[in-house]
Design a protein around this ligand. Structure first.
Ligand code: CMC
Length: 402
């Protein structure tokens, strides 16, 4: 038998389940520390307060803050790339039955649409930087169109803006809401979604981004890497948590009843969850142990919408979700010392705005596409295949005919 690449002692010493604490590569896209989150050096509170999603996507993809003319050019490129090729729209329409029956879910439809786009993209097989940048913009522009068209199919409506993929006067976030509903969103709603997209855009070597880098590291193409990213993001331990967090709050509300918010009944529900070792969705983080910097930003915006906007789909009743969510947060912190991550306020916020729950993680994709593509470009530009080792825990060597 050939000598193992590393000794058992070395394997034992370097092993870390889930790669916790392992530095698996270098990046100039994003930096995460207990004390902060920076996209190419810009701190997340600064971006959430002063930037738009398009500006942030430009910073991630092109590497610097855009000038006014660069931003106008970038936004124009995105608007021009919004329409979907007919085969992709036809595919979405053909999935109506499967979406209604639950056999197909929006994240899987999105993954297939991206795969189809790869077959139709003139740059699909190139991993050159300029081609990658063109593909990144096309993908970024088209995801909201896919989400909108899919929602129209789910709602049994005709496809909105089939030819243009939206209203060219609307930005990424506002256009996404418009495509889903057919109505131009209120300014406050569009800004809350815009900020949520800024917060979701990038997060260094999270599971989905790492997946895209592993795929890109074999010199495979951007569409393939993004399909892998979507599949990884879908999981409830990662991006799927924003949907699951809201489902969990609905379950608590159903079990204890609205009148019990603020009472011991919620504590009892939580204690049962702790006793059965249930994972509470929207809580905990592999890196942030003292709280996710993004969560309070979104929580504050969501609570404001729920409190002040009587026209929100839940009316003032929407505030009950924040009241319940805040009680759940307090119990988690007091009993387990676990903080909410960004997916927890995201659930309550999108719900308040009337966004259908199965679209929460696809909306995450509409944002994270910028971060994924920045990482794929970085990986291709300075590549070494990503190929770690495993620690063998199976049978000792033995003979087939022994
Ligand atoms: N509910 C209950 N217990 C938890 C939770 C939770 N949400 N998160 C962590 N714990 C427990 C965990 O079971 C472990 O307990 P024990 O020591 O008794 O085994 C302890 O806390 C430490 O966990 P950890 O090592 O910090 O967790 P991890 O790094 O392996 O996993 C995580 C991180 C995010 C997968 C996990 O916290 C989790 O499953 N959270 C719920 C899903 C979720 O909200 N995911 C979104 C992640 S952040 C944004 C994103 O990616 O979209």
């Amino acid at each position: 038998m050939a000598a193992p690449t590393i000794s058992k002692e070395q394997a034992d010493a370097s092993f870390s389940k889930g790669l916790e604490g392992i530095v698996a590569g270098e990046t100039s896209v994003c930096s995460i520390e207990q004390g902060g989150l920076w996209y190419r050096g810009y701190e997340i509170h600064d971006l959430a307060l002063h930037a738009t999603f398009e500006e942030v996507a430009f910073v991630l993809l092109e590497g610097h803050k855009p000038s006014a003319s660069e931003l106008a050019r970038f936004k124009g490129e995105l608007v021009a790339e919004r329409p979907l090729p007919a085969p992709v729209t036809n595919f979405i329409e053909s999935m109506g039955g499967s979406l209604h029956s639950g056999r197909a879910v929006p994240m899987d439809i999105l993954r297939t649409c991206v795969s189809m786009l790869g077959h139709l993209d003139p740059d699909s097989q190139s991993v050159e930087q300029a081609a990658n940048l063109r593909k990144a913009k096309r993908l970024l522009a088209k995801i909201p169109t896919m989400i909108g068209h899919m929602q129209n199919v789910i709602d049994g409506k005709a496809i909105i803006e089939r030819e243009r993929g939206g209203d060219p006067t609307l930005d990424h976030a506002a256009n996404l809401l418009y495509l889903m509903t057919g109505s131009k969103p209120a300014k406050e709603y569009a800004r809350v979604v815009d900020v949520s997209l800024i917060l979701y855009a990038e997060h260094d070597f999270n599971a989905s981004t790492f997946t895209t880098r592993v795929i890109a590291g074999t010199l495979s193409d951007m569409h393939g890497a993004v399909c892998g990213g979507i599949a990884a993001l879908k999981g409830p331990l990662h991006g799927g948590a924003n949907e699951m967090a809201m489902e969990m709050l609905k379950e608590i509300m159903h079990d204890v009843g609205e009148a019990a918010i603020g009472t011991k009944a919620v504590n009892d529900w939580m204690q049962k969850a702790f006793d059965t070792k249930r994972k509470l969705m929207g809580f905990g983080h592999r890196v942030y142990k003292n709280g996710d910097h993004r969560a309070p930003i979104l929580h504050k915006l969501g609570r404001t919408i729920a409190t002040t906007d009587t026209k929100n789909p839940g009316g003032h009743a929407a505030i009950k979700w924040f009241d319940l969510g805040e009680q759940v947060q307090k119990i988690m912190l007091d009993k387990k010392n676990i903080h909410p991550n960004v997916d927890f306020p995201c659930g309550m916020t999108y719900f308040t705005m009337g966004i259908p729950v199965p679209q929460y993680t696809p909306i995450f994709v509409a944002s994270r596409m910028s971060g994924w593509c920045a990482h794929i470009i970085e990986q291709h530009a300075n590549n070494r295949i990503i190929r770690p080792l495993s620690r063998y825990i199976g049978e000792a060597p033995r003979q087939w005919n022994g």
